[in-house]
Design a protein. Structure first.
Length: 331
């Protein structure tokens, strides 16, 4: 199927966090026609957090725009807030669709590229909305071994400490893909392992899907210069550095050194046999009974943690730091 490469055909990179979405962003961002913006978290944070505002009202739109445009997240884009606001208002009555599109179009315009796109992994949960807004859009759904995803998530400050939560989310995301998007010609599934084992072949196929010409720079010119500006502080610095290293298959089996046997078994219990349908083989282990016992304990601890959070927020008046890790705070 051929697709238009106009601004009406944006590109969305989605999938479980830590599935290679940043790596793919670094590749597509070097394409001479494609601008993949930094993560916006628009549908999973901004729309949800400000759902009670009526954006067609001048007052409510100003409240929302002041908060968004003065946030750390907006600053990562390196674009002019006034020009972005003008672009949004030129589309007509303010709406979440117009704000989202205007924001990303201004980013693409600032770096002189005709086609815009965006990478917020959890936007896979909102593809119905994105395709309602942009019927000609295309989505690349990244898929990675659930054990590698869980091991990677366990090392970042914004994710859960519980392995089983990552495994359950991985499984639910795959069910989402199979139930809603597997047969949709606008969505392409791309396995992380294939991307790094056969990068040129994978990118050539991807460009054919996008209706674009393959560009060798996608492999040879990845750098901080052409990678979209992200929060280059704390853990994000190391993450960006690792993403821009020469492509290597070393990360494929790194989870085997990082996870304990019972953690691997927990993930296997929760994600197989579905994972095997995509080439991920279950680990040979004799720890299943112990793993199920640990899984039961973990789920009890999660319930206890949630009760503690409730008491902190309701009784001790310690508010949850909503949006802390997505840069929703003022710049």
């Amino acid at each position: 199927m051929s697709h238009s490469s106009s601004s009406e055909s944006p590109i969305f990179i989605v999938g479980m966090p830590r599935s290679g979405t940043t790596l793919l962003t670094s590749m597509l961002s070097t394409h001479p026609r494609i601008a993949i913006a930094p993560e916006t978290h628009y549908l999973c944070y901004w729309m949800r957090q400000y759902k009670n505002l009526k954006l067609s009202s001048d007052q409510d739109f100003d409240i929302f725009w002041q908060t968004l445009s003065h946030s750390q997240r907006f600053s990562y884009f390196g674009i002019d807030a006034n020009k972005t606001r003008e672009r949004i208002l030129a589309k007509g009555s303010p709406s979440h669709q117009h704000i989202f599109a205007g924001w990303l179009e201004e980013y693409a315009n600032a770096i002189n590229k005709p086609r815009w796109g965006e990478k917020t992994p959890l936007h896979y949960q909102h593809l119905h909305q994105l395709f309602t807004w942009f019927p000609n859009a295309q989505a690349i759904w990244m898929l990675r071994d659930p054990r590698a995803v869980a091991a990677s998530l366990s090392k970042v400050p914004w994710a859960s400490n519980y392995i089983h939560i990552h495994a359950e989310q991985w499984h639910e995301s795959l069910r989402n893909f199979e139930r809603n998007w597997q047969r949709d010609s606008r969505v392409m599934l791309l396995r992380y392992e294939k991307l790094i084992q056969q990068p040129e072949q994978s990118l050539t196929t991807l460009c054919q899907f996008l209706g674009e010409t393959y560009a060798l720079e996608m492999l040879t010119a990845r750098s901080e210069v052409n990678h979209p500006l992200i929060n280059r502080q704390g853990w994000a610095v190391q993450h960006l550095q690792s993403v821009l290293e020469p492509i290597s298959t070393n990360a494929i089996h790194k989870w085997q050194r990082e996870l304990a046997n019972h953690q691997i078994e927990i993930i296997d219990v929760l994600t197989f046999p579905n994972a095997a349908n995509y080439g991920y083989l279950a680990s040979a282990s004799t720890f299943e009974a112990y793993a199920r016992f640990i899984l039961t304990l973990e789920k009890l601890r999660v319930k206890l943690d949630r009760k503690l959070v409730y008491w902190r927020t309701k009784v001790a008046q310690q508010p949850i730091q909503t949006g802390k890790y997505i840069g929703a705070a003022p710049e």
